[in-house]
Design a protein around this ligand. Structure first.
Ligand SMILES: *[C@@H]1O[C@H](CO)[C@@H](O)[C@H](O)[C@H]1NC(C)=O
Ligand SMILES: *[C@@H]1O[C@H](CO)[C@@H](O)[C@H](O)[C@H]1NC(C)=O
Ligand SMILES: *[C@@H]1O[C@H](CO)[C@@H](O)[C@H](O)[C@H]1NC(C)=O
Ligand SMILES: *[C@@H]1O[C@H](CO)[C@@H](O)[C@H](O)[C@H]1NC(C)=O
Ligand SMILES: *[C@@H]1O[C@H](CO)[C@@H](O)[C@H](O)[C@H]1NC(C)=O
Ligand SMILES: *[C@@H]1O[C@H](CO)[C@@H](O)[C@H](O)[C@H]1NC(C)=O
Ligand SMILES: *[C@@H]1O[C@H](CO)[C@@H](O)[C@H](O)[C@H]1NC(C)=O
Length: 460
């Protein structure tokens, strides 16, 4: 199908109208179907280490996370490789959600007790999230072989609870030298996955999928580990890696709206998807956000992060990524819910993405001419109508859109990039109701906006 998109720049200062016209070809038959589990969340044992396990019983937290269902709850991270399960009650059960953002010394061992695991199981059931549980690969015997003893106890416990999650084995194995002072090889990890597979079969975990290797980094050595692992034909259903675009310790507001940050993920997602597919696996991001290191304080948690996050979700869909587990649901400047368990702008982007973007995703148009930068993703929804996601981290623009449409524009409250609050069609967002605006023919795309445009154009 050919359909026309007339793009015009509205030069607000001079009020003159400069029009450019482009025709794009959209082919739906080869477009990837968007995974229902695309929007997923991540959390780690650090929550229990910080005495915040009660967050999983908090009704507000449950309500907001459940609104993003289905998807995965990935429970893992560095401490999963330092975790021991004890089938007993926690002797000093305390909880303080406000003790947030303690310095999380990354490499200390952590113990999880029976109630901790029960809380996770209950939370996963309450929110209709499938759990992806990160098992400890770092427990090694003297001869270097994987010591599965504590994992087996944990599996027995899951079984007693009639709970059969999916599993990772090892977190960021390509950084074991840095974390644990020895090298994990892709062959060793793949071999240990084979051992795990036998254990799961023996214990009756027939519905549990394995997901790995969960590498860190974006460069050639990380990609090399990832592809070497996949070349051994390991028993994993999905090829998992971690992705952060920026470094939270030095990222600036400019980095969050710079075209190069958008192009970086585009190039990398395509490359890693290609590597996954060459090995007959679907790609899966088992942990990621925009900036690592706890996020970029006062940036990741503000409106300015909305553009890259919407783009990251859409680009993940376009490259066929099955799930993107957002680090984190709670805790750190990159959390979806803040320390009062209220939604951040990234939460609302996730929520409206889940609401409006489903079906198949086709082309991406990028408009980038130094003056103006925006991206349009075209989606064919389950109702066979075209919906557009328009990410505009620059000036206002008029777009011509064929026929009638409903528009949902998200902008920062106060029109300030560092706003903590987001508005949708001028109102505060709510998981229960959303104000609809309609138009036809042309759309005024606002300055600093992320917009969902539901057209009545049939996909054909
Ligand atoms: C979560 O599920 C448990 C049962 O597993 C139930 O007792 C509890 O009320 C639920 N909590 C919420 C907030 O839905
Ligand atoms: C989990 O939910 C069950 C009810 O389904 C309840 O009996 C149990 O106490 C809960 N566990 C925790 C740790 O909250
Ligand atoms: C955990 O301990 C409880 C109570 O002591 C026991 O009933 C249960 O079988 C134990 N589970 C495992 C997996 O050892
Ligand atoms: C790391 O391992 C090497 C040899 O395996 C050892 O000599 C060295 O002391 C270790 N370093 C630390 C910081 O433990
Ligand atoms: C931030 O630090 C990383 C090293 O982790 C470096 O590669 C990058 O260039 C730095 N970025 C900026 C904007 O300074
Ligand atoms: C973030 O903003 C708060 C106030 O809004 C300020 O107190 C804090 O120092 C800022 N932190 C950083 C790292 O900029
Ligand atoms: C879309 O809306 C326009 C304007 O009302 C109308 O002319 C057109 O027939 C509609 N198209 C479809 C496919 O419903």
């Amino acid at each position: 199908m050919v359909f026309c998109l007339f793009i015009s720049n509205l030069l607000l200062a001079t009020a003159s109208l400069h029009l450019t016209e482009r025709r794009i070809q959209i082919t739906w038959d080869r477009s990837p179907r968007i995974s229902e589990n695309l929007i997923s969340i991540a959390a780690g044992p650090g929550i229990f280490f910080n005495n915040q396990g009660c967050v999983f019983e908090n009704s507000r937290f449950i309500k907001y996370i459940a609104a993003l269902r289905p998807g995965y709850l990935r429970f893992g991270g560095t401490r999963a490789d330092q975790m021991t399960f004890i089938n007993a009650s926690n002797p000093e059960e305390i909880c303080d959600l406000r003790s947030l953002h303690k310095i999380q010394k990354p490499f200390l061992p952590v113990t999880l007790y029976r109630e901790d695991i029960e809380k996770l199981i209950n939370f996963s059931r309450n929110t209709s999230k499938r759990m992806l549980f990160g098992l400890n690969l770092n427990s090694r015997s003297k001869d270097g072989s994987w010591n599965s003893k504590n994992v087996e106890l944990l599996l027995d416990f899951f079984k007693e609870q009639n709970f059969f999650p999916d599993f990772e084995l090892g977190n960021e194995p390509n950084s074991y030298l840095h974390h644990f002072n020895y090298t994990m090889t892709p062959e060793q990890q793949a071999n240990d996955f084979e051992v795990l597979k036998l254990i799961l079969a023996r214990k009756g975990f027939h519905s549990s999928k394995l997901i790995g290797p969960s590498t860190t980094g974006r460069g050639p050595t990380a990609l090399n580990y990832f592809s070497k692992f996949l070349e051994t034909k390991p028993p994993v259903e999905f090829a998992a890696y971690h992705h952060y675009t920026l470094n939270g310790r030095n990222a600036t507001v400019k980095d969050f709206i710079s075209p190069s940050s958008f192009y970086a993920y585009e190039d990398e997602a395509k490359l890693w998807t290609e590597t996954s597919k060459e090995n007959d696996k679907k790609p899966f991001i088992s942990e990621g956000a925009l900036a690592f290191g706890g996020g970029a304080k006062n940036i990741s948690d503000r409106f300015v992060s909305s553009f890259l996050w919407a783009d990251k979700l859409a680009m993940s869909a376009l490259t066929g990524i099955h799930s993107f587990c957002r680090e984190t649901a709670f805790g750190g400047a990159y959390a979806l819910l803040n320390e009062d368990l209220l939604p951040t702008p990234s939460y609302w982007i996730s929520f409206y993405f889940r609401k409006f973007i489903h079906g198949r995703i086709s082309s991406l148009q990028t408009f980038d001419d130094n003056q103006q930068f925006y991206r349009i993703y075209n989606v064919c929804t389950n109702k066979n109508k075209v919906t557009k996601l328009i990410i505009n981290p620059s000036k206002a623009t008029v777009l011509r859109i064929e026929g009638k449409f409903e528009s949902y524009q998200l902008i920062p409250k106060g029109r300030h990039l560092l706003s903590k609050y987001i508005l949708i069609n001028g109102q505060r967002p709510s998981i229960h109701r959303t104000r609809r605006e309609t138009g036809s023919g042309s759309l005024l795309l606002q300055h600093y906006s992320v917009s969902f445009i539901r057209t009545n154009i049939s996909c054909k």
